[in-house]
Write a protein that binds this ligand. Sequence first.
Ligand SMILES: NC(=O)c1ccc[n+]([C@@H]2O[C@H](COP(=O)([O-])OP(=O)(O)OC[C@H]3O[C@@H](n4cnc5c(N)ncnc54)[C@H](O)[C@@H]3O)[C@@H](O)[C@H]2O)c1
Ligand SMILES: [Zn+2]
Length: 387
Amino acid sequence: MSDFSHIEYPISIPYQLRVYFTKHAFDVSNPLFRDLACSRESGNRRKVLFYVDEAVSQATPGLVDQIAAYFDNYSEELRLMGVETLHGGESLKNDETCLDRIYGDIENRKICRHSYIVAIGGGALLDTVGFAAATAHRGIRHFRFPTTTLGQADAGVGVKNGVNFNRKKNFVGAFAPPFAVINDFSFLETLPEVHLRNGYIEAIKVALIRDAKFFDWIEANAEGLNRFEPAAMQEIIHRCAEHHVAHIATSGDPFEMGSVRPLDFGHWAAHKLEQLSEFVLSHGEAVAIGIAIDTLYSEKMGYLDEGCSNRILSLLKQLNFETYSDQLERRNGSGYPYVLEGLEEFREHLGGLLTITLLKKIGARFEVHEMDTNVVLKSINRLKEFA
Ligand SMILES: NC(=O)c1ccc[n+]([C@@H]2O[C@H](COP(=O)([O-])OP(=O)(O)OC[C@H]3O[C@@H](n4cnc5c(N)ncnc54)[C@H](O)[C@@H]3O)[C@@H](O)[C@H]2O)c1
Ligand SMILES: [Zn+2]
């Protein structure tokens, strides 16, 4: 006979993952933000604290005044508690002092669990501010306004937040769905080309694992995408965001309790490359190389036919993504390629069994639990020849 008793109740918490698409969100004639912020039970004026990516506020000098004017216009319902700027980019996620600063602001401005924190910026700023919001007072509702293509298509529309620790990507983080995401396309007008392009790679990724027709569409629209035509960019962002949200909501594992991570296709090598390059390689640039490696690996192992593999590599080239970096050649003191350490770090981060997503067709993925490192190195060598 067992000598324990136990009490058990299921707890289910319904979340709505909501992504809106608009332009000029802080024009007083655009009520979207106000309507969302005031959509909960009526009561006191909502306190709102903003964090803006420094590059965004520099590129859009009137933004802070515009936010202030917006709050003046809706002053009966909304109360502006400050607009703070933070330097954006990966260095923010590596900066161990930035969380203290945000927690200090939350304490000093008396932001409570009924207030909102709004993050406006690239994926790195959204990850950092989202993590602070998820942990201060055990969770404050937050809005995300992604201002990069990668943020609007991928990083900003999911449920994860996180910062780096000891330069390891996303070592500290939380699952905390945002209250709402507002993809304001007008922010993209000031984004440098390299970051405009970066979002495309996550769209190629999601097309490869879920949707062959979307891959065809990207191929057919590559010229417009290369010219950063707004209509093509808005469509790729919309379709990519839709896939991400649908995957999170319907895969049965929104908070990643298992080990299967299809949205991380190509990411085991990418995260390691970002770290090896001291974050000179951006996330998007590193993911392009990671996708190229796992595509060639899928081909060399006989899972994916050569025609599909060539199509994928050609599209990366057509969209001007590099598929090789010297970082791939670096070796540790024992002569072992550093990049392969990314496999073990990926396993450790997922927990449990190593699980890598590979391709059997464009639009069809499957998972493996081990990688033949010799074949990985051969794939990397082939990329070097291409380069
Ligand atoms: N949480 C998630 O689920 C998730 C998913 C994918 C990626 N990510 C993370 O997202 C980060 C990458 O995000 P990113 O590609 O947006 O890069 P980023 O946040 O590093 O931004 C790129 C650069 O552009 C600047 N910038 C941002 N918006 C601008 C604008 N509108 N005008 C001018 N400059 C602007 C930023 O200051 C930064 O210097 C990585 O840290 C990655 O790990 C998170
Ligand atoms: Zn990514």
